[in-house]
Design a protein around this ligand. Structure first.
Ligand code: AIR
Length: 187
């Protein structure tokens, strides 16, 4: 037996135990080159103990895979889709067109336009097919996870408590920084 991060699994056969949670969030990225830029999203989901699955699929390079995956996502328990892409970033929009699950788009920085292209491509959806677009950069990726958690927390009291504790910790960090600053400059 070994721990895979979600519970104990047999090393010979992958056996689900009752501690093993079904993924509620799907984090998709257009390329594995996006991973370091959205790491804070995965870290935040992990920190707040939300089960998620991570996939690489591209609206342009593997459009058939995107369609197939998204079409089956709700049936297997996914409740929120997070889609990250850079450049001509159509992944979140294409996901949104294939599901009625909420889709959060992360515009990934990089390339010649450093994320401005991804931001506009992700945010400027036609009326009727919404994508909740977060900011470019690590803060945006963190916010994508937090927004997904807020959606799930509407029906999960324990998760809402973890979210509130995280919010309180972020507040405390600013108060501590303020106190340290006042000490340093003697005011
Ligand atoms: N991308 C991949 N398919 C469609 C798009 N828009 C994006 C990836 C990545 C960028 O293109 O999300 O941000 C460059 O990908 P790569 O694989 O060339 O590094």
């Amino acid at each position: 037996m070994k721990n895979n991060g979600y519970g104990m699994v047999s090393s010979r056969r992958s056996v689900k135990t009752k501690e093993m949670k079904m993924a509620q969030v799907a984090v998709l990225m257009g390329s594995s080159s996006d991973l370091p830029k959205i790491q804070s999203c995965l870290d935040t989901l992990k920190k707040l103990d939300v089960a998620f699955e991570v996939r690489v699929m591209s609206a342009h390079r593997t459009p058939d895979v995107v369609k197939e995956y998204i079409s089956g996502a709700a049936a297997k328990g996914i409740r929120v889709i997070i889609a990250a892409a850079g450049g001509a970033a159509h992944l979140a929009g294409v996901c949104a067109s294939h599901t009625i699950l909420p889709v959060i788009g992360i515009p990934v920085e990089g390339g010649s336009l450093n994320g401005m292209d991804a931001l506009l491509a992700t945010v400027q959806m036609p009326g009727g097919i919404p994508v909740a677009t977060v900011g470019v950069g690590s803060g945006g990726a963190t916010n994508a996870a937090l927004l997904a958690i807020q959606i799930l927390a509407l029906n999960d009291v324990a998760l809402a408590e973890r979210f509130a504790a995280d919010r309180a910790a972020r507040r405390q960090k600013v108060l501590d920084a303020d106190e340290a600053m006042m000490k340093q400059y003697g005011n």
